[in-house]
Each structure stands twice: as structure tokens, then as C-alpha cells.
Design a binder for this molecule. Structure first.
Ligand code: TYM
Length: 328
């Protein structure tokens, strides 16, 4: 069987440059390696309170973003998670093979729930990695491109696959998280000790931001003491983050980026980073608007759901049979 590559993005807020550099930008090329399944993780978006209209709009936006990144939609299966009911069914089965202790150790759960009252933490937020594991195993995915913050969830999926296969035989495919060498964790521009994230508007670059705003955000990014443009995460986290952004958008190594900026002042360096980001996002935003206006995403999502349902139901049936659920 050809290698299967799967990933999902949650339509919880506006997508950031972190999502773009960490994953989105690289998805079109994956078709050369195998069969690609990319989806809008809308069920996951319900794990924290979200206005229904906002969820609808974000989901449409996300479909357009995926397409604007340059996916060949005749080769890639792009779909809404909620259009494939097998995700919920697989979740119902798999929740019995992951344990409370494991789930409560997940960094993302700890971070998110730390800011909430216990009485307001939904079961879905706690059980989030079960659904994510179900997403992955349903498509027999062997490669899961993600940013660094999702690595732990994919590792947990690997534990689940081991556990399940030890008990029932060789039923599930073992997935592997795959992270970019450069850009797996883009940091906030206002606080480079924190990840750039959809829920933290300060220091974020949103993919839909006005280009002038993007330029301004980069020009006012926090830099560090000293004056040399050098990659040194410990002592120069701000400059290192900007170098990472530059290198990944130019598809060069960090060392090559450093070489380009020998002798530059911080201000001129930032201007060069802003030029590259604005240049990339200008073309991206144009494509996004065209796809949004033409509603080209509708047909793609309908056809994607058909294909995804076929593949997912096959795996679901295999799993149901393995655990002893009758299908008459
Ligand atoms: P989400 O929606 O938070 O993020 C989407 C992808 O972007 C990556 N990412 C980043 N990469 C680099 N720098 C950053 N600052 C940054 N912020 C986010 C994330 O690591 C992710 O790859 N649980 C997932 C969605 C999901 C999923 C799946 C992914 C649901 N089911 C199955 C893979 C496989 C999430 O919330 O990603």
C-alpha cells in the first residue's frame, strides 16, 4: 500500500504564520510521497467554547487556506472531520484503550485547563487526544506532519497502536510524527519565549492580517541585546525566531540565513524578514480571496468527504470486527 500522509488543523481561530510555516506551506509537496488526507478538525474546535457562526466561517476559511497553499485537489483528499462519522465511532471505541493518567499528562491539556475552573473543563478537552488518535488511525496514516506542539499527541497515538495491536493482532498502522527541521515551533513576536498561537493575538501574525499590519508587527518584534544577527535561542530568542521565519520561507538553512545577514543592523534585518513574509502572504491572500469568492472549496469538500468516508469506514469495520462488535 502507498504511504498515507495525514494531518488536521483546528478551525478555532485565525490561522497564524506559525501554522503556515510549521505545516500548511509544506503540504502540497507531500503528494510526491504518497496518498494525502488533510482535514478541518471541526469536532476538535468544539472542545473550547466557540460561537457557531465563528466556527462556520473559520471552517470555510480553513478550507480556502489549505487550497491557497497550493494543494492539487485532484490528488489530495480534503475534508471536514464532521462529514465522516467514523471519527466519532472510532473515538467511542478507542477511548477504552487510553487511560486517564496518560491523558492528564498531556502538555496541551495541562496548559489549556490551567487557565480554567475545573467545573468548566469539558470532557472533550480532556479526551482530545483520543479523537486525534482516531483521526490518524482511521486512514492508516504512517506519516503525520505536525508542528512541535502536536508531537506528544502523535506519540500517544503510537502507544495506543502498540497496545491495541498487542491485544488484537496487526490491525492498526503505526504513525510517525514528522516535524520540519526549521520552523516546527515559531514563537510569538512580542514574547519569543512563547509559541505563536491562534489564541494569543499579541505577537501573532495572522494569515489574513493586512499586509501593512504584518510589516509593522515584524518591525516592532522584540529583539535582544547585542547587535549581531546570530542564531542563539538561549541568548537571542527574538532574533533566532526571525531567522527561523526567514530561513523557512526562503527554503534555506539557518546557517545560510545567518550568512546573508553578516554585518546587518537589527532594523535592516527586520526589514528583510518583513519583505519576505509580506511577499509570501500577498500571493497567498490573493489565492485565498479567489477561492473564497468562487466557493471552489464546496465541491472539493463534498468529494473529499466521499473518499474519506470510504477509506475510514474500511478501517472502522476492521477495528469493529477485531474487538468483537457484530456487523450483520
Ligand atoms: P492546530 O490547529 O493547533 O495547529 C495546526 C498545525 O500547526 C502547527 N502549529 C505550529 N507550527 C509551528 N509553529 C507554531 N507556532 C505552531 N502553532 C501550531 C501544529 O503543531 C499543527 O500541526 N490537534 C491538532 C489538529 C489535529 C490533528 C489531528 C493534527 C486534529 N487531529 C490528526 C494531526 C493529525 C491541532 O490542534 O492543531
Amino acid at each position: 500500500m502507498a504511504e498515507r500522509i495525514l494531518t488536521g488543523i483546528k478551525p478555532t481561530g485565525q490561522l497564524t504564520l506559525g501554522n503556515y510555516i510549521g505545516v500548511l506551506k509544506h503540504l502540497p509537496k507531500e503528494v510526491d510521497r504518497g496518498e494525502c488526507f488533510y482535514f478541518i478538525a471541526d469536532l476538535h474546535a468544539l472542545t473550547l467554547p466557540i460561537d457557531p457562526e465563528v466556527l462556520r466561517q473559520n471552517s470555510i476559511d480553513l478550507a480556502c487556506f489549505y487550497m491557497a497553499a497550493g494543494l492539487d485537489t485532484s490528488k489530495v483528499t480534503l475534508f471536514l472531520q464532521s462529514s465522516v462519522s467514523a471519527h466519532a465511532e472510532m473515538n467511542a471505541i478507542m477511548q477504552n484503550y487510553l487511560y486517564m493518567g496518560e491523558l492528564s499528562r498531556m502538555t496541551q491539556f495541562k496548559d489549556k485547563s490551567a487557565k480554567m475552573k475545573e467545573s468548566a473543563i469539558g470532557l472533550g478537552l480532556f479526551a482530545y487526544p483520543v479523537l486525534m488518535a482516531s483521526d490518524i488511525i482511521l486512514y492508516d496514516a504512517s506519516i503525520v506532519p505536525v508542528g512541535e506542539d502536536q508531537k506528544q499527541h502523535v506519540e500517544l497515538t503510537r502507544d495506543l497502536v502498540n497496545r491495541f495491536n498487542n491485544r488484537y493482532g496487526d490491525i492498526l498502522t503505526m504513525p510517525k510524527p514528522e516535524m520540519r527541521k526549521v520552523g516546527a515551533r515559531i514563537m510569538s513576536l512580542s514574547d519569543p519565549s512563547k509559541k505563536m498561537s491562534k489564541s494569543d493575538p499579541k505577537g501573532d501574525i495572522f494569515l489574513k492580517d493586512d499586509l501593512a499590519v504584518i510589516r509593522k508587527k515584524i518591525m516592532s518584534a522584540v529583539t535582544d541585546s547585542g547587535s549581531e544577527v546570530k542564531y542563539d535561542v538561549e541568548n537571542k530568542p527574538g532574533i533566532s525566531n526571525l531567522l527561523t521565519i526567514y530561513a523557512s520561507l526562503k527554503d534555506i538553512s539557518i546557517e545560510e540565513a545567518e550568512e546573508e545577514f553578516v554585518g546587518y543592523r537589527y532594523g535592516d534585518f527586520k526589514k528583510a524578514v518583513a519583505d519576505v513574509v509580506v511577499n509570501e502572504l500577498e500571493a497567498f491572500q490573493k489565492k485565498y480571496r479567489e477561492i473564497l469568492e468562487s466557493k471552489a472549496y464546496e465541491k472539493v469538500l463534498v468529494e473529499g468527504a466521499k473518499k474519506a468516508n470510504e477509506v475510514a469506514n474500511k478501517t472502522l469495520n476492521r477495528v469493529k470486527k477485531a474487538v468483537g462488535l457484530l456487523s450483520l
